[in-house]
Design a protein around this ligand. Structure first.
Ligand SMILES: *Cc1c(COP(=O)(O)O)cnc(C)c1O
Ligand code: SF4
Length: 431
């Protein structure tokens, strides 16, 4: 299958656009001017059900929707486009709106290490065991998710994290014996040609680092372009490369971003999964819970069951980040917990490898364990699944129950405490 991307410039050529009114197409154009927009022929032809596109999760997942902007911002851009305003003026307005959308959530710049006096801009190291690596060639995606917290990378250059040099990654890794995992991320590293994977992986193998146990690849490619592992010209080479890494005693894990069971139904994705498993690759799944996409327990239960049937290990349920079109997707923490529990309750033990719902915030990954009552006060029970300080992990703590809270920042300590147990140490770390 030949890859064909669509974006703001050519989406009107998509044959299925005939299902939309002129007004709906204009809405895509207006919102797509502010938020990054890109989709591809696989998503359009195989995932979206055009007979019911207004309700279709994959349409909401990749096509900009009017309600993703505040009404005022939407009208402002719409009127600029309708009156053929100058490019400069549009750009100025677009930037103003983008900067309001929290383009850099969870203080990601705090995760960039300084090594031998230099900031390593393509690396983030926040949790002791796992280093994130942002290869320069992998900072785009086959299609863009409308909820993505990486959106500034596609739209705002000054926030870009990326690195070309494998050497620096290897040196940093050698100097940090606690790191067992290197997680390739982006964007989507799977957009890289195999020869780039080869140069990075070979550098890691040649360095022969005994504490390196897992190479992980965070990717949406299974759902947006499964042909990366089947018919792309360098698909076979990529699988052989994974096999080689495995043979050298390093585990290869594909951290697959899978939002909805519909993504697992096509012949192409099932073949891709089988080929990866045959090459010895582990596949683990993760996804945020989002309104309009997957905000029902049954969807998650079906997703986990189908994943496990195909050999994929359910890994994380996330709470949607506080960035971009968050208002459009936000599910309250209380609701996220109910969805998690409702789904977890109806699957067998082998699906219960999943953790969540989890918020990736600046101090760490905070799980909503549940809602309970202590000394007459209704509380959220929380727990760090990952922490900037590993000693925070696994100690339950409490926040006042708030049915409207959608993110960690909305929460307050419960039971008369003046702060959460980790707060002082956390502020000290940032200082
Ligand atoms: C989620 C995340 C990781 C990986 O965490 P695991 O729990 O090991 O999957 C690593 N670094 C950062 C910054 C993360 O947000
Ligand atoms: S594939 Fe991943 S990085 Fe790319 S837009 Fe979607 S969520 Fe963001």
């Amino acid at each position: 299958m030949i890859y064909k991307p669509y974006s703001l410039h050519n989406f009107r050529q998509i044959p299925q656009m005939s299902f939309l009114t002129d007004e709906q197409k204009l809405e895509i154009e207006v919102v797509g001017t502010v938020l990054p927009f890109k989709t591809d022929n696989y998503v359009v032809d195989e995932l979206i059900d055009w007979s019911n596109f207004e309700k279709d999760p994959f349409f909401h997942l990749t096509f900009p929707q009017r309600e993703m902007l505040h009404e005022k911002d939407f009208s402002r851009i719409a009127s600029l486009l309708k009156t053929n305003a100058s490019k400069e003026l549009v750009k100025e307005e677009v930037n103003r709106i983008r900067l309001k959308l929290n383009p850099n959530p969870a203080g990601q710049e705090n995760n960039v290490p300084v090594f031998n006096g230099k900031r390593l801009n393509g690396i983030q190291h926040k949790y002791r065991e796992t280093m994130l690596f942002f290869p320069t060639q992998g900072q785009t995606c086959h299609a863009y998710c409308t909820f993505c917290f990486r959106w500034p990378q596609f739209a705002l250059n000054e926030f870009k994290f990326a690195m070309k040099e494998a050497d620096q990654m290897v040196e940093y890794l050698k100097a940090n014996p606690h790191i067992s995992d290197v997680l390739f991320t982006g964007g989507d590293p799977a957009v890289m040609k195999t020869r780039f994977f080869e140069s990075y992986f070979n550098a890691l193998l040649d360095a022969d680092i005994p504490h390196l146990k897992n190479i992980r690849i965070g990717t949406k490619s299974l759902a947006y372009w499964p042909y990366r592992y089947t018919t792309d010209p360098d698909a076979d080479d990529l699988l052989r490369l994974f096999e080689k890494v495995k043979k050298r005693g390093i585990n290869v894990a594909l951290m697959a971003h899978l939002n909805h069971p519909g993504e697992l139904k096509t012949k192409a994705v099932q073949e891709a999964v089988q080929r990866l498993l045959n090459a010895g690759v582990q596949i683990r799944s993760q996804s945020p819970v989002m309104r309009n996409i997957n905000d029902r327990a049954d969807i998650w239960a079906e997703n986990w069951k189908e994943q496990v049937r195909q050999g994929i290990v359910p890994y994380y349920m996330f709470v949607a980040r506080d960035t971009g079109a968050q208002d459009y997707f936000a599910v309250s923490l209380n609701r996220a917990w109910q969805i998690f529990r409702g789904a977890y309750n109806q699957v067998s033990g082998i699906c219960r490898t999943v953790k969540g719902p989890s918020m990736s915030c600046s101090p760490g990954k905070v799980q909503i364990v549940g809602v309970s009552e202590i000394k007459g006060q209704k509380v959220f029970v929380l727990n760090f699944l990952q922490g900037r300080d590993p000693s925070w992990v696994g100690k339950p703590f409490f926040a006042k129950f708030d049915p409207k809270a959608v993110w960690f920042d909305d929460l307050e300590p419960a039971l008369g405490e003046s702060g959460f147990f980790f707060e002082e140490a956390y502020l000290e770390m940032l200082a």
